[in-house]
Design a protein around this ligand. Structure first.
Ligand SMILES: Cc1ncc(COP(=O)(O)O)c(C=O)c1O
Length: 443
């Protein structure tokens, strides 16, 4: 049996140029990276290029990539359709600071696909949820928002509450404590973010009753994808819809990960539930930084009337909106979704067969283009169950995959794999072959 220490030695011997790059990077970038989510022990591989379902690191090692920039590269790396569209657009000016034809077309495509009357562009998922929450506060005249323990909605203060709170501080299951992610988040902001338990409608009701007429919105990731891939139990999303109406709160779908990935029309199509506000980013940008948030004409009217602030120098830039049009119109079309779901389901089924064959303490799931392996016997249904996992096993699995030329999911045990429009059965077979070898060693 190979030990984790041996696998780490192998990792270091295969990634010498990445290590040199890391040493340089660490001098100018904290942790040697530009986003904390990109770091892991002992140091990350540094990427040189990517094409199709593959990436190559600076040592020249090739990987079958199921991380796809945290799912943002749903179109596939360097997809020829995208390259052509972006290259042509680059010669026509990349920033106007004035309205233009492409943003109108991109907005039409997004409104049609996600059942929105109006929307505004942003540059990231964080901006989308930040503006959506402010707009919900304006519309309802209420300050508090309700989120779920363990959910991530971006890097702004309101959202940075109870994202990965430590087990010892969680508080009662039905009334989780609101715990800031780190320092620098004002206590007043923390107090305005109230927290409930995923998959527990009684917890949601209790929290809403405790803060009656104070909660502007419930924000959810319809399938929580910052704790692996944690689906709602049957009927939970429908119950949330009803309880929002009962308490006069808006229902916000943070579809930064599920939008144009779970299904053609995202989670609203998948669960057949209408949200009041939808937040988007990642896949809709076709590989360029683009976000959006949208709603009814009435709610978006808070922005149109200047009551709720929204602006941005880079919002709807011609390059990103061109990429959005190509991605939605030409790449992430309806036939893609059954195909990626089939490949993702094959990954989960294949993993589960191998897990059973070697008697591992793990289980795999898949929804649409996203899946993961949980390092526990049963699929967790909330953050507290999710915490109860063998995270050491994940890190061994992670390094063993990299050593064998597979990036099995985005970095860290709280992420998931993505199957892009350019992945094939060959990629699935490769990942499963490698997992069989890994599982044999891990048993
Ligand atoms: C559900 C969800 N919301 C919001 C965000 C923030 O998006 P961004 O990193 O583009 O700011 C993320 C990022 O992973 C996310 O997963």
């Amino acid at each position: 049996m190979t030990t984790h220490a041996q696998e780490l030695d192998r990792y270091k011997s295969q990634t010498k140029k990445s290590y040199k790059m890391y040493e340089r990077a660490d001098k100018v970038l904290p942790l040697g990276v530009s986003s904390n989510f990109r770091t892991y022990e002992p140091y990350p591989i540094y990427i040189q290029r990517a094409e199709g379902s593959h990436m190559w690191d600076v040592d020249g090692k090739k990987y079958t990539d199921f991380s796809l920039c945290f799912g943002a590269m749903m179109v596939g790396h360097s997809n020829p359709v995208m390259v052509k569209a972006i290259a042509a657009a680059a010669g026509e000016g990349t920033l106007y600071g004035m309205p233009h034809d492409r943003e109108v077309r991109a907005a039409e495509l997004i409104c049609e696909r996600f059942g929105l009357e109006q929307m505004r562009f942003t540059n990231s998922g964080s901006e989308s949820t930040m503006h959506a929450l402010r707009m919900a506060r304006t519309y309802t005249g209420r300050d508090k928002v309700l989120k779920f323990e363990g959910a991530y909605h971006g890097g702004h203060d309101t959202a940075l509450v109870s994202v990965k709170p430590p087990k010892a501080k969680l508080g009662p299951a039905k009334h989780p404590k609101s715990l800031p992610v780190g320092h620098g988040i004002p206590q007043g902001t923390v107090n305005n973010t109230v927290v409930a338990q995923w998959n527990d409608i009684a917890s949601v009701r209790d929290v809403l009753q405790k803060h009656e007429n104070e909660v502007a919105a419930i924000i959810i990731e319809p399938i929580m994808m910052n704790v692996g891939v944690m689906a709602p139990r049957d009927g939970f999303i429908q119950e949330l819809r009803k309880i929002c109406d009962e308490f006069g709160a808006l229902l916000i779908f943070d579809e930064v990960k599920t939008g144009a990935k779970l299904a053609w029309g995202g989670a609203q199509e998948y669960f057949k539930v209408k949200a009041d506000i939808v937040c988007l980013a990642k896949a809709i940008g076709g590989g360029l930084p683009l976000g959006a948030f949208g709603s009814s004409r009435e709610i978006m009217g808070e922005i149109g009337s200047f009551r709720s602030f929204h602006a941005g120098t880079y919002a709807s830039n011609p390059l990103a909106t061109t990429a959005c049009i190509a991605a939605l119109d030409k790449v992430l079309t309806k036939p893609v979704f059954p195909r990626v779901t089939k490949l993702g389901d094959a990954l989960a089924t294949g993993h589960n067969k191998i897990i059973k064959k070697y008697g591992l303490n793990a289980i795999a799931v898949n929804y649409g283009s996203n899946g993961t392996v949980f390092w526990r016997k049963r699929v967790p249904t909330n953050y507290r169950e999710w915490l109860d996992q063998d995270f050491d096993a994940f890190w061994k699995y992670w390094h063993m995959n990299l050593n064998r030329g597979v990036i099995p999911q985005a970095q860290c045990y709280d992420e998931q794999w993505t199957v892009s429009a350019l992945h094939s059965e060959k990629d699935v077979d490769h990942m499963l072959r490698v997992f069989d070898e890994i599982a044999r060693e891990m048993k």
